[in-house]
Design a protein around this ligand. Structure first.
Ligand code: NAG
Length: 341
């Protein structure tokens, strides 16, 4: 016997409304963001290479990631030639968020399995550094398709204020795996514990490098993924994390020290303008910082203080005003108070 029409309608309505609620509650656990303007290729882009950029997406840093994407597109002469590769532990949720702000963006969201690193993370000086996604950059060569042979990795607390094609053009010849700005005046010794330096074996890992091992920041890196894959660098980084977790406490920070242990002294230097880092202050207090001398192509709020948090709290640092124009957060009802001046 067929269902009475009214019952069928009620059943339909029930399913429609419950799935609607499910969808809307799944979407509403993320803040809402505005749609960015569309950016189009200028003249001379026909022969432009595809620029691959990798970033992570999570709820805490989504606002920063979207601002970073907007800043890249805004300053690129060939924005439609950029392909973004996002890593997230919940890809579907973030695919929707990115598409809502950038409907014509070329991008993919890949699942990063936090269990890849969970057993390898030891607690650091700042809890945010201990999030599994902070280690995702180690796995880019494994997760991105093999057709992606080079990628720029960007942290989610930075904005680019120059054409990213200049960074993409970094020469990694003859056989460098990684390029990044190096900071040789930083005290390299201090990134590792006394236990590390007094060990009969560990320090010898740094011997025989092409150049003196120097600190570099892992928030901005140009990576040759083919050489990375061929050289098994994921495994090399993991093995230092295993030492830290199981054998001896050899450092205090998160994902940075393993990178230093594997790559310091073997990094192709990039102009410092591509990582004006430390704008978030240190890892404990997040004080205001000034720019390093010299030109600026990228502003990086590494450290504890994030510009969106300081802006929201009304405790902004002077340089935070350079991040604000890239903020896509929707402020319902109050939007008109923040017209672009
Ligand atoms: C570098 O750091 C180490 C360990 O923190 C310290 O013992 C050493 O004095 C520092 N060197 C300089 C030149 O500041």
């Amino acid at each position: 016997m067929p269902l009475p029409r009214v019952v069928a309608a009620a059943v339909l309505l029930f399913f429609a409304s419950s799935s609607f609620e499910w969808a809307s509650s799944a979407a509403s656990d993320l803040p809402r963001f505005r749609e960015a303007p569309a950016f189009r290729n200028g003249p001379g882009c026909a022969s432009a290479p595809t620029i691959h950029i990798a970033m992570t997406l999570d709820a805490a840093y989504l606002r920063g990631s979207l601002a970073g994407v907007l800043s890249v597109l805004r300053h690129s002469s060939c924005p439609e030639s950029i392909a973004f590769h996002f890593l997230a532990t919940r890809p579907r949720r973030f695919r929707r968020a990115v598409a809502a702000s950038f409907p014509s963006l070329t991008f993919d969201v890949y699942r990063f399995d936090p269990d890849l690193v969970r057993g390898r993370i030891s607690s650091s000086v700042r809890r945010a550094l201990d999030q599994p996604l902070n280690y995702a950059r180690i796995y880019l060569a494994d997760i991105l398709p093999s057709s992606v042979r080079r990628v720029i990795y960007f942290d989610s607390d930075l904005v680019v204020v120059d054409d990213v094609a200049r960074l993409w053009a970094t020469d990694l010849a003859p056989d460098y795996v990684l390029a990044a700005p190096e900071y040789c005046h930083a005290n390299f010794t201090s990134y590792f514990t006394d236990r590390f330096w007094s060990d009969p074996v560990f320090p010898s890992a740094l011997a025989g490098r092409r150049r003196a091992p120097c600190y570099f920041n892992t928030g901005v890196m140009v990576m040759d993924l083919e050489r990375w894959r061929a050289g098994g660098y994921t495994r090399k980084l993991e093995s230092w994390m295993d030492v830290q977790k199981r054998e001896a406490r050899i450092y205090e920070l998160g994902s940075l020290p393993p990178f230093l242990l594997v790559f310091a002294g073997e990094v192709m230097g990039v102009e410092h303008r591509w990582n004006q880092h430390g704008l978030g202050g240190d890892n404990v207090e997040g004080l205001c910082r000034d720019l390093h001398p010299g030109p600026v192509s990228l502003l990086h709020w590494s450290g504890k203080g994030k510009p969106w948090l300081r802006l929201d709290a009304g405790r902004q640092c002077p340089l935070d005003s350079l991040w604000a124009p890239y903020d896509l957060l929707r402020r319902d009802g109050r939007e008109s108070l923040f017209v672009d001046l």
